[in-house]
Design a protein around this ligand. Structure first.
Ligand code: NAP
Ligand code: ZN
Length: 349
């Protein structure tokens, strides 16, 4: 099927309008007209080839919401006209222990990502949500609670689930103390979700600039990582720290903030860490862990949780042709707190 979107053709090229052909729908596919797509820092990493595996042209975008416009004959859970969402994955082997446990993100044969991943059947590179249409097998399509403001739902599909999954895995709830490093797209969702789960939430940011915002987003405390005295006073405090920093950074200032048995979960940077002392880990059974997005059932659980509690990201709506400017701002950390592309702007170009 023919569609249009925005693509980059090399790591230093701007995103530009791109007409392309998606595969024809299969019997188990749901075809979606995209209404909104969030802009994740991963989109920027992938366009810039920061992770060394980008195939060009790349159409980024894995925070997708829209309306179903067609379904294959075997599709059972969706009908034309339904609201629907797609996150970071569009397929997996559906057969291994991880897929059977609802952890398709850790599929033993690797999940198929929404963009920049070979399709499991035809091998073509997948192309993402900065486009007018997308399709995926129904197991990877989510239901969107009708009560939520649709224009703000998209970021839940990556920023939401990537922070919800570790919060759930490490049993965050009332009485738990959660720290969030980096108040960006993922960070601000971590704050809203952890507060929604009843935890005490502290934002750990590089400067004092986001203090007022942090409290508005639901944080209870604010810690400036450059303030050595404040960092020192917060030693042994957190049960869980969610680290969303996108670039290589020094973990040594943060690990002593964990209480005994506490865990620092890296969801941001993918790659080598700066030299890290083992002392806080050995002296207090503290852990450094990582976490990748979340499974499909867990993503639906997160959407339903947000539906019930009316938890939504703070979004800045942009037109598709403003994406290159948005990338520049994302690189500078100047986002409050997630860009969302209004896909109807694409039709007008
Ligand atoms: P973002 O909106 O740009 O937010 C990142 C925040 O980190 C910034 O707002 C800033 O907060 C802080 N920061 C930025 N540069 C920093 C630096 N050099 N040192 C310390 N702090 C810095 O990015 P995002 O969309 O939330 O994504 C964050 C990371 O998560 C990206 O690397 C992305 O690829 C990754 N990601 C991972 C998964 C996963 O499954 N694990 C899923 C999605 C995204 P302050 O100004 O408050 O310090
Ligand atoms: Zn993402």
């Amino acid at each position: 099927m023919k569609t249009i979107g925005y693509a980059a053709t090399s790591c230093d090229a701007p995103l530009k309008p791109f007409s392309f052909e998606r595969r024809e729908p299969r019997n188990n596919d749901v075809v979606i007209e995209i209404l909104y797509c969030g802009v994740c820092h991963s989109d920027l990493h992938q366009v810039r080839n920061d992770w060394h595996g980008t195939v060009y042209p790349i159409v980024p975008g894995h925070e997708i919401v829209g309306r179903v416009i067609a379904t294959g004959p075997d599709v059972k859970k969706f009908r034309k006209g339904d609201l629907a969402a797609i996150g970071c994955m569009v397929d997996s082997c559906q057969n291994c222990d991880q897929c059977n446990a609802g952890q398709e993100q850790y599929c033993r044969q690797e999940n198929t990502q929404t963009y920049n991943s070979p399709d499991r059947i035809n091998g073509q590179n997948t192309l993402g949500g900065y486009s007018k249409h997308i399709l995926a097998r129904e197991e990877f399509v989510l239901h969107v609670p009708e009560t939520l403001d649709l224009s703000r739902v998209a970021p839940l599909l990556c920023a939401g689930i990537t922070t919800y999954s570790p919060l759930r895995n490490w049993n965050v709830g009332p009485g738990k103390r959660v720290g969030v490093i980096g108040l960006g797209g993922l960070g601000h969702m971590a704050v809203k979700l952890a507060a929604g789960m009843g935890a005490e939430v502290t934002v750990i940011s590089r400067s004092d600039k986001k203090r007022a915002d942090a409290f508005k987003l639901g944080a209870h405390k604010y810690l400036v990582s450059a303030d050595d005295a404040a960092m020192h006073q917060t030693a042994n405090h957190f049960d869980v720290i969610i680290d969303t920093v996108p670039y290589q950074h020094d973990l040594n200032p943060y690990t002593p903030l964990l209480d005994i048995d506490g865990t620092l979960v890296i969801v941001g940077q993918i790659g080598p860490l700066a030299e890290t002392s083992s002392i806080p880990m050995v002296m207090g059974r503290r852990r450094i862990a990582g976490s990748l997005i979340g499974g499909i059932a867990e993503t639906q659980e997160m959407l339903d949780f947000c539906g019930k509690k009316n938890i939504l990201p703070d979004c800045e709506m942009i037109r598709m042709d403003e994406i290159n400017e948005a990338f520049v701002r994302l690189e500078k950390g100047d986002v409050h707190y997630r860009f969302v592309i209004d896909m109807s702007s694409l039709a007008k170009e």
